[in-house]
Ligand binder design. Structure first.
Ligand SMILES: CC(C)(COP(=O)(O)OP(=O)(O)OC[C@H]1O[C@@H](n2cnc3c(N)ncnc32)[C@H](O)[C@@H]1OP(=O)(O)O)[C@@H](O)C(=O)NCCC(=O)NCCS
Length: 174
């Protein structure tokens, strides 16, 4: 098994994998609303492959974090992360996540995700600063996780909007 950058053609194998992992309602989730209309961040998205078979994948997307006061900031949305159900517990998820964490660190980028803190906590994701954030859909507070330097500076009332063409020019280049 090896990791490589997520390629556009991986979508063909990864979409059915995501259907199997998250079920048919996955497109209605808040994370899906945040991703809609955005372009995947190639340097932060990875595919686990063996002998031409996709075993798992993780994707990242650019977001904008808009506090009630002060300037907007760039924020990476991490996910979905998924591993073929028959191959779970073999470290594939950890390898995918470690690759993303290293790529985020290399670029000094903050990231958020919606997921289980017991799993993502090992890479520094925590709900401590996200309690006052508003998203374009419901989210359980203990599942809205941030990984950032100077985490306390994110602990403010803020909105993380869905894609809006007129806001995107405010986003610094990735
Ligand atoms: C979550 C997921 C990606 C993990 O992939 P994986 O390849 O099985 O994970 P690994 O083998 O690398 O790591 C397994 C470890 O994570 C733990 N783990 C897995 N899911 C967990 C969870 N939801 N909460 C806490 N720990 C979890 C396992 O107990 C195991 O712990 P250990 O290393 O101490 O033994 C995989 O189970 C999956 O695709 N799930 C469905 C989709 C999903 O929930 N994605 C995450 C939300 S975006």
């Amino acid at each position: 098994m090896h990791l490589r950058p997520f390629e556009d053609q991986d979508v063909e194998a990864v979409e059915p994998l995501l259907d199997r992992c998250f079920g048919p309602g996955r497109h209605l989730r808040t994370a899906a609303r945040l991703r809609a209309g955005r372009r995947r961040l190639r340097g932060l998205s990875f595919t686990a492959e063996e002998a031409g078979c996709v075993l798992g994948a993780v994707q990242c997307w650019p977001l904008l974090w808009v506090p009630e006061t002060g300037p907007a900031r760039r924020l990476v949305l991490l996910g979905p992360l998924a591993v073929e159900p028959a191959l779970r517990g073999r470290g594939i998820g950890v390898q995918l996540m470690t690759a993303v964490a290293e790529a985020l660190d290399a670029r000094a980028l903050p990231a958020m995700l919606i997921g289980d803190q017991p799993y993502y906590g090992r890479w520094g994701f925590s709900p401590a600063a996200t309690g006052q954030w508003r998203l374009p859909g419901p989210v359980e507070p203990d599942r809205l996780l941030l990984r950032a330097r100077r985490e306390q500076t994110w602990n403010r009332p803020a909105c993380v909007p869905a894609h809006a063409r007129r806001l995107e020019p405010a986003l610094p280049p990735a």
